[in-house]
Write a protein that binds this ligand. Structure first.
Ligand SMILES: [Zn+2]
Length: 327
């Protein structure tokens, strides 16, 4: 964790920021001029409805209607925001067997997702199965280390995206997991996996160099960490320079707060992931100084619970708040 100031759990500060103005909680924030809010999910796995009240785990949690309400309220309060998903929208409930992912894409379109990457389960009905429902997605897909060749799927998946949010230029790219032992060859026919570390390094350099992005976000479905030598978000964070944020997926890792990787040159990469099934909505606020450099990061994840999100104050929803004040 950051060797510098590390302030934690300040409900008062949370409430202050919620009012829209800057509430200086450190020198870094005092100098901050712009706040960008990143909302994120991963591995939603066809969880249209909440878990049942009698479920052994996560009873009564999740559900797209509540998530949509929460997102709508957060975006009203924090308009300079992006809503991102790190893949594996497909598979997990009978809704997928019936609608083949079309329903998920429709509700995610209504929620206003800005970018979604491709998980291994997006190939469960083969490339053709994705192509049959992709028109339901009114948001862009982004994946950089899958070469889609001449497939129609490739026509809908961007190599990277660039968005201007609150005057900050943000580059977004995506990483997919190796197909070996996860996706049968006939299901991904026409799509080739490329080395994520190489692709991430090239793409980040391109986004920060040629395109002059102020911030680079990687939407990753390669997994948070492994005990063997498989590439993971931690490996990418350690080996690739210039990625500011990795929103992860695939390993269904509930991270109460992001992990921060600092390089000897002082550059930083934050890694976050919010479990699976839409049980938690992730939120990270990035504060930029006048020079459009990241001055501070704040984390505030929201469990998607049965409490009516219309009737509770966002500042008082049960959540983990962490202030990472970087110097
Ligand atoms: Zn996966």
């Amino acid at each position: 964790m950051n060797r510098k100031a590390f302030l934690k759990n300040s409900a008062i500060l949370g409430a202050g920021l919620g009012l829209g103005g800057f509430f200086p909680f450190g020198e870094a924030l005092g100098a901050a001029r712009t706040r960008i809010t990143i909302l994120h999910t991963n591995d939603t796995h066809a969880r249209i409805e909440p878990f049942s009240d009698s479920a052994p785990n996560y009873a009564g949690m999740g559900g797209v209607a509540r998530r949509a309400t929460l997102i709508r309220r957060l975006r009203a309060e924090y308009p300079d925001s992006l809503l991102l998903d790190a893949g594996d929208v497909f598979q997990g409930t009978p809704y997928f067997n019936k609608y083949n992912g079309a329903l998920d894409f429709e509700v995610m379109s209504k929620m206003g997702y800005d970018a979604v990457t491709i998980g291994n389960h997006e190939f469960d009905n083969a490339v053709k199965g994705f192509e049959e429902v992709m028109h339901k997605a009114r948001f862009p897909f982004v994946s950089t280390n899958y070469d889609f060749g001449t497939t129609r799927m490739g026509l809908r998946v961007h190599k990277f995206l660039i968005r201007q949010v609150g005057g900050i230029k943000i580059g977004i790219f995506g990483l997919g997991v190796a197909f070996e032992n996860l996706v049968l060859p006939h299901l991904h026919r026409g799509v080739t996996y490329l080395d994520p570390v190489e692709v991430a390094a090239d793409t980040t350099a391109h986004l920060k160099g040629y395109h002059q992005c102020d911030m680079v976000i990687c939407l990753s479905h390669i997994g948070y960490r492994y005990n063997d030598n498989r590439v993971s978000d931690r490996v990418v964070a350690q080996q690739v320079d210039g990625i500011d944020l990795i929103i992860g997926g695939h390993t269904h890792t509930f991270m109460p707060e992001p992990e921060l990787f600092e390089k000897p040159d002082g550059s930083r990469t934050w890694v976050s992931q919010v479990g699976f099934a839409g049980i938690v909505l992730g939120r990270l606020d990035f504060y930029f100084d006048r020079g459009k450099r990241i001055a501070a990061v704040r984390n505030h994840n929201y469990p998607v619970t049965g409490d009516n999100p219309d009737s509770v104050s966002l500042a008082h929803l049960p959540a983990t708040t962490m202030d990472l004040v970087s110097g």
